[in-house]
Design a protein around this ligand. Sequence first.
Ligand code: ACO
Length: 353
Amino acid sequence: MSGLEGTIVAETALSRVDGQRGELILRGRLLEELAGKVSFEAVCGLLWEEPEGEVAQGLARARQVAFEQVSSHLAETDALGYPAALRLLLTHLRPDARVPEHHLAVGAVGVGLRAVLDRRAGLPPRLCEGSHAQAVLGKSDQPLRRALDCYLCSVADHGMNPSTFTARVIASTGAELFPALVGALSALEGPLHGGAPGPVLDMLDACAAHPEGPVGWVQAELAAGRRLMGFGHRIYRVRDPRAVVLKRAVSELQSQRIRLAEQTEEAALAALRRHKPDRPLETNVEFYTALLLEAVGFPREAFTAVFAAGRVAGWCAHVREQRQNGRLIRPAARYVGSLPPGSEAHSDTYVGG
Ligand code: ACO
């Protein structure tokens, strides 16, 4: 089946992904002009059409409100993975007249993620000063904050990816913003979407331990019929532009792993060309995301939740756009089951009569 490949499901002014040129445009601006050069708050302002200063103040206020709302629910997250913990905290979120709902959503993901990370490190809940990146990071280390800010900008929005589509489908039914975000988070979690960067580090560990290094390990993986995490993309047929930006950012942090990562990338790309000569499979965003988030200090189990701390900006913008311009999203399916006598085969679209 198509997986809706190439199907236009919405009109958007938010972002465009050009898979042939390896280009990502956010409201008319190339990713390379933004990531590492402006703050996450500026990218939110671009997506939401709000001045950067108002976004910064709004998100700071929203973090306080979110902190009041989620702090008492932290114990409920103890047995959960990070994405599920964030989902649970979002289900407790309520609109508050003091802040716009999209500010509250982004603030809650930042505050909630930091609180869960701190709790697992044995630290009490706290409200960090400063920017969204600083709130997620939990400290004011300048190079780490800059690298994280660059990452959050890189993943803020990306066309009609599965989690954004999920948010738009839910919003198209007239549902509220927070349930749409819970759905989007669920779609983000799978390894074919936002769940890949943790397994990328597992892959690097395995390459380092393999007697023939990355070349031997990637060959064995492909021969066993498994996919290499951090490679391939539904849209990109060339290197993902976010991988370029993130590699530059992680190189500035002097990650211990960069040399091993480069060797693994080279071995994987060569093996994938032999494995699938007709299907270009290039490095995607998750490969250098894994290195960057590890160098910044997050545990690998939390990587998908950190992704959500950036993508939530895009989800909120898409929900607003869907409400403004969209109709109920309700595609059709072709029924291939058995039929009662007298019925004719057709899809479940309206067939007249
Ligand atoms: N390793 C090995 N083979 C691959 C890979 C890979 N990383 N990616 C695709 N292929 C193969 C598939 O097995 C398939 O082969 P087949 O035709 O013999 O079955 C062929 O290439 C085409 O793959 P599809 O699954 O049709 O491509 P699709 O567009 O659906 O998949 C996807 C894109 C899901 C990202 C895929 O490339 C993949 O699984 N990559 C690994 C996981 C990953 O890196 N996920 C993060 C994606 S980025 C993001 O969403 C933020």
